[in-house]
Structures are given as structure tokens and as C-alpha cells.
Design a protein around this ligand. Sequence first.
Ligand SMILES: NC(=O)C1=CN([C@@H]2O[C@H](COP(=O)(O)OP(=O)(O)OC[C@H]3O[C@@H](n4cnc5c(N)ncnc54)[C@H](O)[C@@H]3O)[C@@H](O)[C@H]2O)C=CC1
Ligand SMILES: O=P(O)(O)OC[C@H]1O[C@](O)(CO)[C@@H](O)[C@@H]1O
Length: 393
Amino acid sequence: MKVLHFGAGNIGRGFIGKTMLQSGFDLTFTDINQNLIDALNYYKKYKVKLVGYNYEKIIDINNFQAVNLNNPEILNIISNVSLITTAIGAISLNKIALILAKGIILKIKLKSKTPLNIIACENKIQASSYLRDIIFKIIPIKYHEYLNENIGFVNCSIDTIIPSISSSFEKNTLSLIAENFKEWIVDKKQFKGTIPKIIDMTISNNLKSFIDRKILTLNTGHAITAYLGWIKNYINIYESIKDQDIKNIVKNAMQESGLTLIKKYNFNQQNHFSYIDKILTRFQNPFLLDKIERIARNPLQKLAKNERLIKPLLLAKKYNLSYFNLIKGIAAALYYRNKNDLESMKIDNLIKTLGIKKTLSQISHLQLDSQEINLIISEYTSINEIFSKKLYN
Ligand SMILES: NC(=O)C1=CN([C@@H]2O[C@H](COP(=O)(O)OP(=O)(O)OC[C@H]3O[C@@H](n4cnc5c(N)ncnc54)[C@H](O)[C@@H]3O)[C@@H](O)[C@H]2O)C=CC1
Ligand SMILES: O=P(O)(O)OC[C@H]1O[C@](O)(CO)[C@@H](O)[C@@H]1O
């Protein structure tokens, strides 16, 4: 089976690409980063070092192709593959929609009857449905019946941790260190045609609860660990989570979010709280050398209404549950400044232009004079009083 993967980055090379090749598929990577494409075509292989507690295994990855997204050949490839996966960043999905639409139209004109499934492997709730909606807006209505019959947009939950570090164990810069833990769950109902057998891919009938469980537990805790760690000048996630004050806030915030999920999905509380404890152990994995900067990236996206920080706060408010540790995490996210992170600088500019309250309301869609906004601002102010020297380093 021919597969095209968008985004030859950490998760693209370290998990999606690896699993497609281990499943015996004919894999092509595509990316906008020409250096990455050139390196893939030059080296024609790389290694993935899986690390866990008392576990290390190096896997050789080879036998793949790589094409730049802007190479005209990409349309033929799209029209010819049975599966497309993406790992480019949720904020970039709208940038590939047009090229996907053009490739699908070519597929239609070639009178292809082979179903094509598209799985957006992004940290965004129902990312594939989001991509589907954009593509349907682009493709002429006369083709919509074909789309509905032959093109599957399959939502998934993807949980593993693959840091952006230069491969200290290999001179080949494509090689990666990846967490041994992985959980990739896809929505059975959204596939068109036969569901491909892919190593490490689990098929589920009730994906929504798994997506929310992962994004609103792991990513909520991951983000708060990063933002609080940044304020205290830590570099790596494991340093931050080893700080007991930070760990207490992170664990309590994950439990605050967890109680909303228990209410919404009727999860067993003991099972869910042990899921939280396992995640905290994963954050403490020193072998990953996961940088705070990677987990803190794109704070505008992460402070959006339907995302890992605001969504659990709104659910806690809805269910009249405690949310004061989530408030601390949101304030820390708002406080994050990194000259290398465009979104963090956009927040800085917004605060200078609109003030903190209006900025937060605009980003999060929280009501301007809500209790939640006032609590976040007061938390932000107390962070600033303690750490103000940090803001403009
Ligand atoms: N790294 C990880 O551990 C995990 C990442 N994810 C998700 O996977 C996605 C990618 O994350 P990473 O691999 O960490 O990021 P990354 O930055 O390492 O890789 C993203 C790749 O996509 C490419 N790209 C960006 N825009 C593109 C476009 N328009 N067309 C083609 N390629 C494009 C970039 O050049 C880069 O090579 C994100 O949504 C992230 O939330 C999900 C679970 C785990
Ligand atoms: O990729 P995002 O959405 O910036 O989130 C940061 C991190 O959260 C995780 O997805 C954890 O699953 C990371 O590995 C991921 O890269």
C-alpha cells in the first residue's frame, strides 16, 4: 500500500514514518523544509532510539522516498496513494488543504475508485474533521459525492513524546530519540474501504473520549509543566516536573481537568488518576531530554478556547468543579515570552496594545469581566511581581 506522509519532523520520522515502514508500506515523506528532504534523500536512512525506564532499542529506518511539497510531482502522488497522514502542526493544516484538494481532483479525473484515507496526526481535537471541512469548502460541489464515498478523514489521538534534539547518539541528523511509550488510536467509523493493518495503530468506536482524555490530561499537564518551568529558568521538562512546587500544581491541574472528564465520560476515577500518575512518570524520563521550549511552543494556539488549558477550565466551571491550579497554568502560559516563538511575541504585542485582560479575552474567548479572567489576571500579576525580571530578557 502506498502512503504519503506530510511533515518529516519528530513524530513524522520518529513514529508515523517508522510504523508505516514497519507495516510494509511504500512510504513517501513530503515537507516544506528542503534541507530535510535533501537529507532524507542523501542519507536514505536514519535511526530511532526508543528510550524508557531500563529500556533502550535502536531501530534502523530506510527504504522511503522524500519529495518537497512544492514539487509538482506531489499531485500525482496524492492521486495515487491509499493513505495520507499529516504531522505538520495543527496551525499548518489549512496550508496543505489546497494541494490536497488539487491531488484529489486529479484522482477524480483519473477515474480512480481506490478509497483514500487521510489521518491528521496533530495535537488538535478532531484535526482530520477540521481538515475535511476546509477541503470541502475548496473542492467544487459537483465532486462532493465522490469525496463522501471515497475519501475518509479519520480523526485520531496520538500520544508519544519525541523531542526535537540533535541526535547525540548518531552523526546522521535525521536520527531521533523517541519515547518507548506510544498510543495511536483512530476512529473506525471514518475510514473509507478496508481499514489498513498498521503496526501500533489501535481502532476505536468511541474515539472522542480518548482524544479528550489525552489532550486534556497529558497535553494540559505537559503545557503547564513547560510554562511554570520556564518561569523558574528550567531547560528540560524533567527538571521542571522534579520541582515539587511545580509538580503539585501540574498534578492538581491534571486532576481538576480529570474530574471534568470523569463527569463527562463517566471514567472510573481511580483508573483516570492512575493514568495521570503514569503521565507524570513519563514527564520525569531524563533520557528524553525534552526541552521546555518545544512543549511551550505556540502559546496562542494552546490558550485557544477548545484547547488543553481553557477547555478544561470551562468544563470545570460548567460542572461547578475546582479549577485554581488550571488558573495558575493559564496565567503562566500567558506570561511565557520567547523571542524564537512567533506566537509568544504576538501575545507580547497584544498585551502592549490591548492590555492583559482584553488580550486574554480575545485569545481564550473568556468573558471580559468573568471571575475566571479576573483570577487569571491576579495570578499573572503575582507571577510578574515575583519574576518580572524574566519577562523581557
Ligand atoms: N513530537 C511529539 O512528540 C508529538 C507531536 N505531535 C503532533 O505532531 C505534529 C508535529 O509535531 P512535531 O513532529 O513535534 O513537529 P516538528 O516541528 O518536528 O515537525 C513538523 C514538520 O512539519 C513540517 N511542515 C510544517 N508546515 C508544513 C506544511 N505546510 N507542509 C509540509 N510540511 C510542513 C515542518 O517543516 C517540520 O518538518 C504537531 O501537531 C504535534 O502536536 C503529537 C504527538 C507527539
Ligand atoms: O506538539 P504540541 O501541540 O506543541 O504539544 C507539545 C507536545 O505534547 C505531546 O504531543 C505529548 O503527546 C508532545 O510530544 C508534543 O509535541
